[in-house]
Design a protein around this ligand. Sequence first.
Ligand SMILES: [Mg+2]
Length: 322
Amino acid sequence: MAEIVDREPKVILQDSKSSKTSKPTTVYIWDMDETLILLKSLLDGTYAGVFNGLKDTRKCFEIGKHWENHILQLSDDFFFYEQIENYNEPFLDALSEYDDGRDLSNYDFKNDGLSSPYDDPNKRKLAYRHRIIAEKYSQGLHKVLDEHKIKLWNDLYSLTDSYTDGWLSSAHAVLEQTSEKTNLSASDLSAEVAPASIPTICKNINVLVTSGSLIPSLAKCLLYRLDDVITANNVYSSWEVGKFQCFSWIKERFGGPDVRFCAIGDGIEECEAAEAMTWPFIKIDLRPTSQHRFPGLTMDMIRSYINVIYGSPDAEEEQIEE
Ligand SMILES: [Mg+2]
C-alpha cells in the first residue's frame, strides 16, 4: 500500500493521491473556538447564558479566565510568544524555506537579535523558533510542564469538562473517530522497527483553521488535549489571510480524486468559505437544545452532511459491483 510519512513522527497518512482503498479519505477542517473548545463564550458568559439560569455564570467566567492565563503563560514560557507575537504566520511550515537545518541545541534564542525589519535573516530566526515549537508540540505538555502545573492543568480540564457536560471530551472523542486511527501491527512492519515506535495509520485527516493567531492556537491545542488528534503542521491561523485562503491551501495540499472535505465551525466566515469551496459545512450551535454541539454531534450526522454533497461511498461501491 502506498503511504507517505507525515512530518510529525509516528503518524502515517494514507497517500490520498494514490490510495487504492475503496473508501475515500476525508479531510475534516475544524474551527477551534466555540467549536472544539470553549473560551470566549466562557469569558463573556454566553455559554452560561444559553442555559437560562441553569449554569453558574460566575463559575463560567472564572473557568474562562483560568484558561486564558494558562494559554498566555504556555505561549510565553515555551513558545517565544513575547518575542514573536508581531510576526504571525498562517502555519508553522510557512517559513521552512528559511530554515537551514542548523543544530539549535546551544542556540541563544534570548540574544540572537530577532527584530524588525522582517527581512531574510529575521525570517530565519523566526523559522528556528517555529522548528522548536513544532518539536515541543510533538513531545506534548508532560515533557515541558512541572508536576504542579500538570496538576493545575488536569484539574482545570476536568472542572471545565464537568461544567460543560463533557464538551471537551466529547469533541475529542469525535476527532478520534474522524481520524480513524489504527495502530499498525508488527507484522505490517519490517523486522528493524522497534515495538515502541510502531506508528499509527490515519485514514482521514483533521485540520484546524482558527481566526486566532498561530502561537496561542498551538498552545490551546496542547492545553485542550487536541495534540494527539491534530498535528502541529495541520494548524492554520486565518488571522491575516482569511479562512477562504486557508481552505484553498488545504485543498491544494490534500486534494485528490478520492478525497472529500468537510468543514465544521460556529462562524459565518467558515460557513461562507466552505460554500465557496462547495464543501459540506456543519454549523456548531452552543444552545443545549441543538444537536450540533458537544456532546451531541455524532459520526452519523457528520457522514450524512458529507453524503449530501459527495454521495454515499457505499452506494458507489454497490454501483461498481453491479
Ligand atoms: Mg469559532
